[in-house]
Design a protein around this ligand. Structure first.
Ligand code: CTP
Ligand code: MG
Length: 381
């Protein structure tokens, strides 16, 4: 028997009226990407899921393209239920489906696995959390407290056997509202299993929820530091580039590109924070196109790779090791230049210098060495 085929539907066809803002909430920016792009990535990266279909409203095509590029999508309807039905019609012969709100950006692989495992025991499974706050009726002043014992908050994704949920939606009365799909399956007489929910899955509904989502995004980041080191030879007739600044000196550095040891050490430190190899693996010294090249492009490339992983650069600490020239007079220019390349503030760049007491190759003035430590925050695994 072939393994079951699992599809995912992201419903993103709402207007987001309660959240306000210039764009419907699912297309608003959260961190470095649109709200919908967060759960899209979690679903499409998951090995058990073969297809992800996004349901959007008519007219949201360019918003979707801006958020996710060219991805499979269909047009939804006036209610969430209409949108789900459009999604169910678009997933072909899938056996299992996860139906998820675009407005719940933080979906973990653990949650996906938990829901799919539950489908081995029931035709439907939903994540739920207990209600912690006191609940009371509240229209026109405080009314009676509602007993919260036995109440749960129901989240998405909700997981189903496709045949069961399709049949349940077909049987649901057209004039009745359904804010989720589990109630539709239950109404058709099926059991829905509950699994432990995740506070990270809370829905963005009101304007204040965006601030909470941003805070959750930052809380998911972990700090990483990595070191970089480089040496180049000092030779007559070369320019001396250090930290992206041309420094007047009787000799200059020779070697790969413009031989800016300081930028090379920082580039390696940044690549180290995301375990992305070293400068030589990205820009081989044997490749003639890098001969004499300005090193700021190597550093900008490393910064772009960190950003691509959802990372933020917090701090760079650079040490230049040489007998001459004196670095002090150029320190502020170097800080400003590195900050400009990395789009950071100068306060996030530390530039130090030391001699080696005339010992070794730096002490004899044969070359200049640089070491750097980069500190970044990247999404935890
Ligand atoms: N949704 C949908 N089609 C609809 C209505 C809602 O696909 N006709 C989606 C929303 O885009 C959202 C999810 O269903 O991802 C949950 O709905 P809700 O939080 O109510 O979002 P909106 O309807 O967009 O917001 P509001 O009710 O504040 O207008
Ligand atoms: Mg709504």
């Amino acid at each position: 028997m072939s393994p079951p085929r699992t599809a995912a539907i992201i419903v993103a066809a709402g207007k987001g009226e309660r959240a306000g803002g210039d764009l419907p909430k699912q297309f608003a920016l959260l961190g470095d990407r649109a709200v919908v792009a967060h759960s899209y990535r979690a679903l499409s990266d998951h090995p058990a899921i073969s297809d992800v279909v996004v349901v959007i409203a008519d007219g949201q095509q360019s918003l979707l393209a801006g958020a996710l590029g060219d991805v499979p999508h269909v047009t939804g309807g006036a209610t969430r239920r209409d949108s789900v039905r459009a999604g169910l019609a678009a997933i072909g012969d899938a056996d299992r489906v996860l139906i998820h709100d675009a407005a719940r950006p933080f979906l973990s692989a653990t949650m996906i696995a938990r829901l799919l495992a539950a489908l081995d025991h029931a035709p439907g499974a939903v994540p739920v959390l207990p209600v912690a706050d006191t609940l009371a009726r509240g229209v026109g002043g405080l009314g009676d407290v509602v007993d919260r014992a036995g109440l749960v908050r129901v989240q998405t994704p909700q997981a189903f056997h496709v045949a069961s949920i399709r049949a349940a939606h077909d049987a649901w009365p057209d004039d009745a509202e359904a804010t989720d799909d589990a109630q539709v399956l239950r109404a058709a007489g099926h059991d829905v299993m509950t699994v432990e929910g995740d506070p990270m899955l809370d829905k963005i509904t009101h304007p204040a929820d965006f601030a909470a989502a941003e805070a959750r995004l930052t809380a998911r980041l972990i700090s990483r530091s990595a070191a970089g080191y480089d040496v180049h030879r000092l030779e007559a007739g070369e320019e001396l580039w250090l930290g992206g600044v041309l420094i007047p000196h009787d000799r200059g550095l020779s070697g790969h590109s413009d031989a800016d040891v300081a930028l090379h050490a920082i580039t390696d430190a940044l690549l180290g924070t995301i375990a992305a190899g070293d400068i030589g693996s990205h820009f081989p010294p044997s490749d003639p196109q890098w001969k004499g090249a300005a090193s700021d492009r190597f550093l900008a490339h490393a910064a772009a790779l960190v950003a691509e992983r959802g990372g933020i650069i917090d701090f760079i600490d650079l040490t230049i090791i040489c007998e001459a020239p004196k670095i002090g007079p150029h320190r502020e220019a170097i800080r400003a230049r590195i900050a400009a390349i990395l789009r950071l503030q100068s306060q996030q760049i530390s530039v130090k210098a030391t001699t080696t007491e005339r010992l070794g190759f730096t002490g004899r003035g044969e070359g200049i060495a640089a070491q750097a430590v980069a500190t970044v925050r990247v999404p935890g695994v």
